[in-house]
Write a protein of this length. Structure first.
Length: 172
């Protein structure tokens, strides 16, 4: 009798455990997961493309100025290499000093250019990311996703909703 009670208790616990496991499995099967490739969004989304063009336009003049400085330095370097032995010592020193000053100015300007460009790029990408995030949330709520990921080591094309996000960002 005691053995039967232990066996019945064991079977009841076993059945209950299997039922819970089955219920959890059924629930997991209904879990709807999506994935968004943010690198692709930052490359292809209409707001990202517009932001990139805006930055190119904003920094074009400074980029041209840097290119001009680089050409001047190269021309001065070439002049010193070709004519350095035929010009006077004082003129050569003056040209070398001019070249050193031009190189320092170029490096300083280039560093400032990169810092300013990176700062503005980060500002623009933050705006794109905010718009994309709102769009992802709208899609997730509308299509009843339980989870949407932006980073993954691996994802199946079945859960990739990047194309929907790109289309929604284009339509806005």
């Amino acid at each position: 009798m005691i053995r039967e009670m232990k066996l019945n208790k064991f079977l009841a616990v076993l059945v209950m455990g299997m039922t819970m496991q089955f219920a959890a499995g059924a629930q997991a099967a209904e879990l709807k997961i999506g994935f968004v490739n943010t690198d692709r969004v930052f490359r292809e989304a209409t707001p990202a493309v517009k932001a990139q063009k805006k930055l190119e336009k904003e920094f074009a003049a400074r980029d041209l100025e840097l290119q001009k400085m680089a050409r001047q330095a190269k021309e001065l370097q070439t002049f010193l290499e070709k004519e350095g032995v035929t010009i006077s010592e004082s003129e050569r020193r003056n040209k070398e000093r001019d070249l050193a000053n031009l190189n320092r100015e170029f490096q300083r300007s280039q560093r400032e250019f990169r810092e300013d460009l990176n700062l503005r790029r980060n500002e623009e990408l933050a705006l794109v990311h905010d718009r994309a995030k709102k769009t992802i949330i709208e899609i997730a709520e509308r299509e009843k996703f339980d989870l949407v990921l932006e980073d993954a080591v691996y994802f199946s094309s079945k859960i990739d909703i990047t194309e929907k996000v790109l289309k929604a960002l284009t339509d806005k």
